[in-house]
Design a protein around this ligand. Structure first.
Ligand code: NA7
Length: 532
């Protein structure tokens, strides 16, 4: 390990995909960098989320680093969608290959940081009471890293085993033959439910809102990777300029513009049999036009009815209360079919809300359901949660105060009043609406370039203008309002966290457009930023 004197050019918070790549770039550029990571090893999301069935919903050929051209050729993914263990292996391999751990302090959670306007440095305090200083801080803290722990009465009273998908025990959990409950039916819930149903004695799913899910058609990766490898650099470039940060054939016509109804049906059937998140890109108006959206949603509802034998259960599993695509779509592998098993049942919390946990189980409606194990798959304080969980004090107050009415950033990279603090995939950037790998690499490259710009000019301070920030916040909101996205009570809106202001947080204008804006700002001498 290199010596951690406590005084650095740059402190990076987080050793997931973003933090590791940031370390590589800055170390290569000659900066003294220290990475602080709460977990016991590298991996971020993929370090913590070890629940059964955990898997990426972006294809393996896209969800990997592009900066290491040799690695890109050497690494072989085994499946179309990589599982959590395989992704964690990959991240560990990258850490070994680039000898990264020597600059990372593990088991260290950042609790507070304070900007000193005189020394123009950040002081960063960790949970063990230690302070370090740095000219720059880069928060690579992830968009979905602070679990949302619902305030359910009696959580402490449950006498059985209680687990959170977001903090799954490293040694695994023996569920064989047990009476198990899963609360939550987002991606984590769906994946867990599908994986454990054949193993457990009985499984009861507690569903607040049903999810739209498209089949993954996961399987061995076959020739797909070998076919892509010779042209990988060009393939990556296409992703960088695409809308979602990965290859997705975008529908060019509106849903109702198709002349023959048969064409629409064929297009949807083709996409359904291809599988994956591109399904919602079938027609260009799906996220803009209520009727087009409803038509697409109805197609998915039909598929659910086909898969689930019991009509009453099928109806409960059918999403109707929000536009398709306005909450994060799930990619499933036999999820709906799970409900045809004799050992699986569904509790619709709309009809029978959870009132409390008891020593024996969960009370929903008037019924006490008894369990050996309860698994909470209840999501995250998304996008802003990790940043506001730290006591971040800039020139005029804390980040939590500044963002009380919703996040305010310039390009999702910096916030006025917080000089020299960069965010990787921060709110108001494409982040969660994109292939995170594409967005992470873009932000890390952008930040590295910005630091080198300052260094070349003999400067050491950077901060957005309030006006540029206001304009970007308005742009993000305006673009979001053009779509149906704000119409769902989603974590994109902060709606899953009681008391959190409902604001549509990601930039929905697309990865390629965002890159053009970000590149333009840089080329124009960091237009909208003050440097000194
Ligand atoms: P999500 O997508 O936020 O899903 C959380 C689920 O938990 C969702 O169904 C919630 O219902 C449900 N939930 C949350 N709080 C409660 C309470 N209090 N009671 C009952 N049910 C609750 O998180 P995931 O971890 O599944 O997925 C996160 C992302 O990871 C995913 O989108 C991919 O990008 C990867 P709700 O819908 O809020 O009514």
């Amino acid at each position: 390990m290199t010596e951690d004197r406590g005084d650095h050019d740059v402190i990076v918070i987080g050793a997931g995909f973003a933090g590791l790549y940031q370390l590589i770039r800055l170390r290569d550029a000659g900066y003294d960098v220290r990475v602080l990571e709460a977990g016991g090893d590298v991996g971020g999301t993929w370090y913590w989320n070890r629940y059964p069935g955990a898997r990426c919903d972006i294809e393996s050929i896209e969800y990997s680093y592009s900066f290491d051209r040799a690695l890109e050729q050497e690494w072989n993914w085994s499946e179309r969608y990589a599982s959590q263990p395989e992704i964690l292996d990959y991240i560990r391999h990258v850490a070994d290959r680039h000898d990264l751990r020597r600059d990372i302090t593990f088991g260290t959670r950042v609790e507070a940081m304070r900007w000193d306007d005189v020394s123009e440095r950040w002081t960063v305090r960790t949970h063990d009471g230690r302070s370090r200083t740095a000219r720059f801080v880069i928060a690579a803290t992830g968009c979905l890293s602070v679990p949302s722990r619902p305030d359910v009465e009696g959580l402490e009273d449950f006498g059985g085993e209680l687990y959170w998908t977001s903090h799954w025990p490293h040694d695994g959990v023996d569920l064989e033959g047990k009476r198990v409950a899963v609360v939550g039916t987002g991606s984590s819930g769906l994946q867990t439910i599908t994986a454990i149903a054949p193993v457990v004695g009985s499984l009861t799913v507690f569903q607040r809102t049903p999810s739209y899910a498209v089949p993954a058609h996961n399987g061995p990766i076959g020739r797909r990777l070998e076919d892509v490898k010779p042209g990988y650099p060009a393939f990556r470039d296409e992703s960088r300029f695409s809308r979602l940060g990965f290859h997705c054939r975008e529908g060019e016509t509106g849903y109702f513009a198709e002349t023959a109804a048969g064409d629409v049906r064929r297009e949807l059937d083709d996409r359904w049999s291809d599988g994956g998140l591109c399904f919602t890109q079938s027609f260009r108006d799906v996220l803009f036009d209520v009727d087009a959206n409803e038509a697409l949603a109805e197609y998915v509802r039909e598929r659910i009815r086909e898969k689930v034998h019991d009509p009453e259960t099928a109806e409960k599993l059918t999403p109707r209360s929000y536009p398709i695509g306005a909450k994060r779509m799930c990619v499933d592998t036999g999820y709906f079919e799970v409900y045809n098993r004799d050992n699986v049942s569904l509790v619709d919390l709309g009809e029978e809300p959870i009132s409390r946990l008891t020593e024996r189980g969960i009370v929903a409606g008037d019924v006490e359901h008894e369990f050996d194990v309860i698994i909470m798959a209840t999501g995250f304080d998304a996008m802003t949660g990790a940043l506001t969980a730290m006591d971040v004090r800039g020139t005029d107050g804390t980040l939590a105060e500044k963002w009380a009415a919703g996040p305010r950033t310039y390009l999702g990279l910096m916030a006025a009043g917080f000089p020299n603090l960069f965010m990787i995939t921060g709110p108001q950037s494409p982040s969660v609406l994109s292939n995170m790998m594409t967005s992470i690499e873009y932000h890390v490259d952008w930040v590295t370039r910005a630091l080198e710009y300052l260094r070349a000019r003999g400067e050491h301070r950077m901060e957005p203008d309030v006006e540029a920030e206001d304009n970007w916040v308005n742009t993000t909101n305006d673009v979001g309002d053009l779509t149906l996205m704000p119409r769902a009570a989603s974590w994109y809106m902060g709606a899953n966290i009681p008391g959190k202001r409902r604001v549509f947080m990601p930039f929905v204008g697309g990865v390629g457009t965002y890159k053009q804006i970000g590149d333009g700002v840089a080329v124009a001498g960091y237009h909208g930023f003050e440097t000194a």
